[in-house]
Design a protein around this ligand. Structure first.
Ligand code: DC
Length: 210
């Protein structure tokens, strides 16, 4: 039983995915962390980001059990992750690990950019979670401020737009909704309302599939 959740950066898909996994007792994988872990390994080793072979070697070594968002959340890791995510060899290595994870019983929730389109095209439910760039930038900005940091809203917004362009514009597995995905625009929706909407869709799919 696989639930695929895709969408752009800061759309709320992580929080939503964790809540769904908790509700149904499913395993959860934030696939962005696999790209981030590969990027961090390159950064730590002082290796370049433009060598597909080297990046692929790092991707093959990523341990899904050791992924920690607290360690991987740094801005420069996200930037680097989005750059190596355009490399087909890196994607092949990580997608294979993600597919193996998706087969875990009794079910798995995977969130990312290409779960419904490439990683798990047979998922029983596909959600495409989005929100306007302004709303996503505001959420990210508020998070930084709440964490005691400082930020410039215009710069955060610019960053969100650049990341969208890179994620949607790449040739291999660009971010886009699967044809059979349900769209959830969270621009004017609380996370609780988004969760309830997702739950109705999942419950309906589960009752059709059992
Ligand atoms: O969701 P995130 O910010 O942690 O993802 C970091 C980068 O990883 C993102 O810019 C694009 C890439 N990514 C991807 O290409 N495919 C996925 N399934 C998940 C993330």
């Amino acid at each position: 039983m696989i639930i695929a959740i895709d969408g752009p950066a800061a759309a709320g898909k992580g929080t939503l995915s964790r809540r769904i996994a908790e509700e149904y007792g499913f395993h959860h994988l934030d696939t962005g962390l696999t790209y981030r872990a590969t990027a961090k390994a390159l950064l730590d080793a002082g290796l370049p980001f433009d060598n597909e072979k080297i990046a692929e070697g790092m991707a093959l070594k990523v341990d899904l059990a050791g992924l920690d968002r607290n360690i991987l959340s740094r801005h420069e890791i996200g930037e680097a992750a989005s750059k190596i995510a355009v490399m087909p060899a890196v994607r092949r290595a990580l997608v294979e690990a993600q597919r193996a994870f998706s087969k875990k019983a009794p079910g798995a929730v995977l969130d990312g950019r290409d779960i419904g389109t490439v990683v798990c095209p047979d998922a029983v439910v596909k959600l495409y979670v989005t929100a306007s760039a302004e709303v996503r930038a505001k959420r990210r900005y508020d998070e930084i401020i709440a964490g005691g940091g400082s930020a410039d809203f215009a710069a955060v917004l610019q960053d969100v737009k650049v990341r969208d362009e890179r994620d949607m514009g790449r040739a291999d597995s660009p971010l886009k909704p699967a044809d059979d995905a349900h769209l959830l625009d969270t621009s004017e929706m609380s996370i609780e309302a988004a969760f309830q909407a997702a739950k109705s869709l999942i419950d309906a799919a589960l009752s059709r599939n059992t």
